[in-house]
Design a binder for this molecule. Structure first.
Ligand code: IPM
Ligand code: MN
Length: 352
């Protein structure tokens, strides 16, 4: 009997439903070809539901999410909702509640995609960022003293646990080994200033490294990492870093791989349920126009297939996407692809 995977779909806001529809089209085509089934259920979450009912992410939905093999998300973000409410209430809440402690961001410049880096091509831009996704500055630890007065104090604490750093670092070593490209893992930190947090990270890094004699280790401060990512991106194979630095460097990385039209990410709980999403936002101004690029969502679907264990199907999606990117699309920018959102999905599905 064909294996069935349960997938929770969260189309979300703005252009989220449009891009997710194309991602679904493509992963379903891959499932048909490779002989497995995807049982998908839609979840209405996002700005519209919040405006209508005041609900953000009900606990009952979180409990249901635990029973799925994966969550596939379009975009969250609504022009009428104050920034932070939906991000914190849906995206961060999901990460914490489901303990999605890894944010996995492959950074690959595909042939035919434009990079803003001069004289750099697909052979130079091909690395992976493993971002810690459950600790650091994102835990919400801290508070105000004397808020609103001239003596106000605002404290935002970075929480780092040995367990949290270790599980992230170990995951990164495994990614590096499996990738088998340069077999080099770079710890990105700030050991010269954050002398507690990154002292622990660094000690943990070199201790875990002893289990991976086949992997070379490297260290770069976060500021230098930004510089090298622009000047010599070919130096990177796999980068591991904390939550906040990871947030920042993965936007830089997304731009050098061609921007939000292509960049995808996974919020992973390797022992539980993971969520896959395009890096871009809900792009409200393009809503309903069928012009937004669904490629990032398709690549998120590709990651999802890989993580649930359908590696051959994932490879086929990547191959089909590369064909469409390099032989069909005029540009990765919304409205300039030479095809509509749904035509891009059709093309990728056809090439599988
Ligand atoms: C990301 C996003 C989120 C983050 C926001 C939307 C909370 O920027 O996934 O990188 O900061 O982690
Ligand atoms: Mn970010």
């Amino acid at each position: 009997m064909a294996k069935t995977y349960k997938i929770a779909l969260v189309p979300g806001d703005g252009t989220g439903p449009e891009v997710l529809a194309e991602g679904v089209k493509v992963v379903k085509a891959a499932a048909d070809k490779f002989g497995f089934k995807l049982a998908m259920t839609n979840y209405d979450l996002g700005g519209e539901r919040y405006k209508r009912t005041g609900e953000i992410l009900p606990d009952s939905v979180l409990e249901e999410f635990r029973t799925y093999d994966a969550i596939y998300l379009g975009a969250i973000g609504h022009p009428d909702v104050k920034p932070g409410i939906l991000e914190k209430g849906i995206l961060l809440n999901m990460r914490f509640a489901l303990d999605q402690y890894i944010n996995l961001r492959p950074v690959k410049l595909y042939p035919g995609v434009e990079t803003p880096l001069k004289d750099k091509g697909p052979e130079d831009i091909d690395f992976v960022v493993v971002r810690e996704n459950s600790e650091g500055l994102y835990t919400g630890a801290g508070g105000f003293l004397k808020k609103g007065t001239p003596d106000e104090v605002a404290i935002q604490e970075s929480i780092n646990t040995r367990k949290g750093a270790e599980r992230c670092i170990r995951y990164a070593f495994n990614v590096c080994r499996k990738r088998n490209k340069d077999n080099k893992l770079t710890l990105c930190g700030k050991t010269n200033v954050l002398t507690y947090a990154f002292d622990m990270w660094e000690r943990t890094f070199y201790e875990v490294a002893k289990e991976y004699p086949d992997i070379k280790t490297d260290y770069a401060h976060v500021d230098a990492t930004c510089m090298w990512m622009v000047k010599n991106p070919e130096w990177f194979d796999v980068i591991v870093t904390d939550n906040m630095f990871g947030d920042i460097i993965t936007d830089l990385a997304a731009i050098i791989q061609g921007g939000m039209g292509i960049a995808a990410g996974g919020n992973l709980n390797p022992e539980g349920v993971s969520m896959f999403e395009p890096m871009g936002g809900s792009a409200p101004k393009y809503t309903g126009q069928n012009v937004i690029n669904p490629m990032a969502t398709i690549m998120a679907g590709q990651m999802m297939l890989d993580v649930i264990g359908e590696e051959k199907a994932a490879q086929a999606v990547e191959k089909a996407a590369i064909t469409v990117i390099s032989t069909k699309l005029k540009s990765m920018a919304a409205g300039h692809m030479g095809y509509s959102t749904s035509e891009v999905g059709d093309l990728v599905a056809k090439f599988i």
